[in-house]
Design a protein around this ligand. Structure first.
Ligand SMILES: Nc1ncnc2c1ncn2[C@@H]1O[C@H](COP(=O)(O)OP(=O)(O)O)[C@@H](O)[C@H]1O
Ligand SMILES: [Mg+2]
Length: 110
């Protein structure tokens, strides 16, 4: 993951705040090699919220072809869709889709 950070320092307090935020990001766990959504959430790994894209896919369109190079998050995204279709709402607390998706609607996952 590449993180581009620009810090504009105007006061000592702001600099301290920025420093703490940067420190917090770098002390979080990176989900290296983990493509299981449940594990990422339950073990508190960094997760870039892609549930808005997932939500949009569930609302429109018909067929999708996920074409991305390796390590671009295809497997994790599919696993995220699986959790959504299985209605495992509690995993999505604090994420975009939590209060948008119709969790009651039954979807058969094969
Ligand atoms: N939304 C995301 N937030 C954080 N890490 C992610 C995200 N999507 C993928 N990753 C991480 O990137 C790496 C590659 O993801 P993966 O789904 O295996 O890619 P692919 O199937 O395209 O090769 C894994 O370590 C995974 O945890
Ligand atoms: Mg994969």
């Amino acid at each position: 993951m590449i993180i581009d950070i620009t810090i504009i320092i105007s006061t000592k307090e702001k600099a301290f705040l920025c420093y703490n935020r940067v420190k917090k990001v770098f002390s979080m766990k990176l989900p290296i090699g983990i493509s299981t959504f449940k594990e990422i959430i339950e073990e508190n790994y960094i997760y870039v919220d892609k549930t808005k894209e997932a939500f949009n896919l569930t609302q429109k369109g018909k067929y999708y072809f996920l074409s991305r190079p390796r390590r671009f998050g295809k497997s994790l995204f599919l696993d995220t869709l699986k959790e959504i279709f299985q209605g495992n709402r509690e995993l999505f607390k604090n994420l975009y889709i939590y209060d948008k998706y119709d969790w009651i609607k039954p979807i058969l996952v094969i």
